[in-house]
Design a protein around this ligand. Structure first.
Ligand code: SF4
Ligand code: SF4
Length: 312
């Protein structure tokens, strides 16, 4: 199956970001060039795990007569390895990078939650948490792929060190959440405070269905992420692509904060009320209240770059 979805390149390989870097006289993304042992160690780790994404398939293939049972067995393994939630679906060309020839027909998607408490500790703490989560994802995906190959079926891990899967359409079809105005998938338990990993395979499985629980109706009136975005990058009006409603992020406005600022921007996700809205988590609701109080004191209703820059 040949993939059809364009993937945004990272760093100077992205033409828009390269242009913006050149306008500022920079050779590379400031976050990447600053002396940051946490980031360096994390990216080296997940790249090294990428070399183990594939491996020998057990020649003694397990006969599968009950796809529900085998699906549940793999999902249970993903949870045992540390994933918070897992789903699976049939791959489609839109879930695969443009031009990539994927030899598998099914995919497991799993998510690993970020520690929401870090929003109160600032952008550097959030950044470190993200790298840590991506390292654990590389481990889970690698071990889950090995688990499936040991059953006698081919499987590849997909994570930051080796990836041809498009996260949003795959997670949506696997029933892990609904697309929010901020461009990330929202899950009833974890909101958008999570990171994904994937395993593609030819193991026969029972598919999940998309999960819709009213997020997009809520986003129509909410706009909190939009009002808090320091770059004013989140759209007011939605568009529809392939039957799915979504709001565009203007990357030229987002990049000064998410790429060209010397610390990571995670604000649109952190201000989303779904972090406590569906799950009734009172601890997160209290943290959210404290965080939003601080945002309000910083004048969040009028996006203001200078105030954001002073925050760090
Ligand atoms: S990452 Fe920051 S700048 Fe980019 S859309 Fe989200 S809040 Fe706005
Ligand atoms: S902050 Fe509000 S508008 Fe933005 S994604 Fe979350 S619920 Fe939707």
């Amino acid at each position: 199956m040949i993939g059809t979805s364009w993937r945004r390149e990272q760093g100077p390989a992205d033409p828009l970001l390269r242009k913006m870097l050149a306008e500022r006289g920079l050779d590379n993304v400031p976050q990447w060039t600053k002396k940051d042992d946490v980031r360096t160690a994390a990216s080296e780790y997940w790249l090294s795990r990428g070399k183990d994404r594939d491996g020998p398939v057990n020649p003694d293939k397990r006969e599968i007569t009950d796809t529900l049972h085998i699906t549940e067995e793999v999902k249970a393994k993903a949870l045992e390895l540390g994933a918070n939630l897992v789903g699976c679906c049939a791959l489609t060309p839109t879930m695969i990078d443009e031009g990539f020839d994927m030899p598998h027909r099914n995919v497991f998607a799993f998510i690993l939650a970020e520690d929401y408490g870090n929003v109160l500790k600032g952008s550097l703490a959030i950044e470190a948490e993200t790298y840590e989560v991506y390292m654990r994802i590389a481990d889970i995906a690698t071990d889950l792929a090995t688990f499936i190959r040991d059953m006698g079926y081919p499987a590849w891990a997909h994570h930051n060190g080796a990836l041809q899967i498009q996260a949003i359409p795959t997670m949506y079809q696997c029933g892990l959440g609904e697309l929010g105005r901020h461009g990330s998938l929202i899950n009833p338990t974890y909101a958008a405070n999570f990171r994904p990993g994937f395993v593609t395979t030819n193991l026969p499985v029972l598919y999940d269905s998309p999960l819709e629980f009213g997020v997009q109706d809520y986003c129509r009136n909410c706009k909190i992420c939009r009002n808090n975005c320091p770059g004013d990058a989140i759209a007011t009006d939605h568009i529809v692509t392939e039957g799915i409603k979504r709001w565009r992020i203007d990357m030229e406005k987002c990049y000064p904060f998410s790429r060209l600022h010397d610390a990571y921007c995670h604000i649109c996700v952190d201000v989303c009320p779904y972090v406590h809205k569906e799950n009734g988590d009172t601890e997160k609701r209290t943290m959210y209240g404290a965080y939003m109080k601080r945002r309000k004191q910083d004048g969040y209703r009028s996006p203001n770059r200078l105030r954001y820059e002073e925050e760090d």
